[in-house]
Design a protein around this ligand. Sequence first.
Ligand SMILES: Nc1ncnc2c1ncn2[C@@H]1O[C@H](COP(=O)(O)OP(=O)(O)OP(=O)(O)O)[C@@H](O)[C@H]1O
Ligand SMILES: [Mg+2]
Length: 589
Amino acid sequence: MLDKLLFRYIGNAKKYIVVSVLLMMSKVVGSFSIALSLGRILQNLFLSTSANYIAAILFFLLGFVLRSGSLYLVTRYQTKITGEVKTNLRTEMISKAMRVGPSYLNYTSTANMINMGSDTIEQLENYYGRFLPQFFGCFGMSLVTFIVLLPISLSSALLFLFLAPIIPLMLKAILEMVARKQRKYWGSYQDVGQLFLDSLQGMTTLKIFSADKRRAEEIHEKSEIFRVETMNILRMQLRSITLIEWIAYGGSIALMAVGLPGMSLSSGNASAMIVLIFMSMEAFSPMATLTSSFHVAMTGVAAGRNLIDFFALPEQDERHKNDIKYDAAGVSIKNLSFFYPDSERKVLNNISAIFDRPGYTAIVGASGSGKSTLVRLIAGQLEGGEEAIFWGDNAYSTYKKQSITENMIRISHDAHVFEKTVRRNLLMGKKTATDEELIAALKTVRLYDEIAPRGGLDLEIKSGGSNLSGGQKQRLVLARAILRDARVYVFDEATSNIDIGSEAVILQVMKDIAKDHIVILVSHRLYAGKDAKKIYVMDDGKIIQEGTFEQLVKSDGVYRQMWQAQARFESQDLRRLCDGTLSRSEIRS
Ligand SMILES: Nc1ncnc2c1ncn2[C@@H]1O[C@H](COP(=O)(O)OP(=O)(O)OP(=O)(O)O)[C@@H](O)[C@H]1O
Ligand SMILES: [Mg+2]
């Protein structure tokens, strides 16, 4: 019931749990004080013994204040515990993702990350805030109850000592029975969430392909499975709560049944009888409260498994590794081979290449030949190949992961812009940049004049950059990258799907950057890489040709075929394709 791994993230909340337990114990003392004073008052009233009503009333008030004050403070501390733990878990989640690097997405999906950061952590609130304090509180409260019962009725106190652990033990047994059901319930919840997010993101595509109806049916099917799982869980919870309540009531009656017959209604005993009745009725209430928080908390724990698995992702000890501090002559690759996790296919096969400066190097090749994989490895966005990729004389494995990702920037066609102002997006490139520097970067990519009338740096960007054109978005991404002043810039199809004007600007900026930085260009448009100092041609994970444009077009090989095909297509065939006069066999050739 106590999850060791979840306990690790409790931080300062441990202190608050100890205080909560002490408060719960003082609540029982308060109850005892109320029972005792009531007992005294009733005894005096009915048995007409000499009375000190004032003392009894004061004692009653003291008990009342202690009991209600403790209850109130326990709730306050619950909020503190959940606040503390939620912050700890979310901080750990972000820093874990940073430590693992961008390749964390190889292990989990974006939908799952959103789910963990919100729902999972909210679910765990019950475990940390309600269940844990109540669990320890049960022991503390039972101890006070036992001490109070001891002088009143030895047999009741001993019976309580025997019965008290029964409910927690039963909960443990129930937990073992339902753990599988809870995991299933949580799994189906995630299934629905994932499908829903995916549908939401692809809503336009679903509509265009008229696939929305089928998708709605799929969501309905998954929701139905989730509903059934939810009902199963609720049914099981209700049954066990009822059972435990019966045990609690039975236990209270049993305590009275063994204690009361031994007491005669004499003057001293009357108030003791009242205390026994009152304390017996309250004795098992901590366990009943524990039961009610138990099920929700355990669903939270089942949900938390995901988060714990994420926290357990492998990460290297980087303390002895270096930061990238000097400007090496280049990035070199020596006999690099690469497999994606869970795949047996060699996506890169014995690659050797050098990317240095000045001037840029191009990588070309058919779709799926491994270009993006190679540059993602160079930019530190994929795990692997650290022994075969070198910054200067030293392998990537000798550098800190974060230092690599900060110094090697990959600008892709789907780079992300954030839902904030242009300024906030740019400041990600350089935190300390002044407005003048930001404007200069925007001017370099010829974006400033276009956005200045719309608010300039204060222009609010909508989700995914939807209020910018494709070309503007890509130029903003480039401005952000320029501000970073990285060592290596990789342009991975950074100009695909954008207007010719933006493409020309980006290529010009790329050439300027290449004067004093290492620049790698990956592009299907061969003319973009024509001026490269060297072009690598990839096919099926291998480098099959390398050389300058002049060398490659002269030699008979894949590059020349690609160049000729593209030139033909872009000159006359494109026009004929648009006219619809290009035959199928010609398109294939
Ligand atoms: N995450 C992944 N897991 C498994 N295989 C992958 C993964 N990403 C890519 N691949 C496979 O690796 C191969 C190389 O992909 P890569 O994206 O590097 O190609 P590319 O040359 O950049 O293609 P394109 O020109 O279409 O962008 C492809 O066969 C692809 O299916
Ligand atoms: Mg690619």
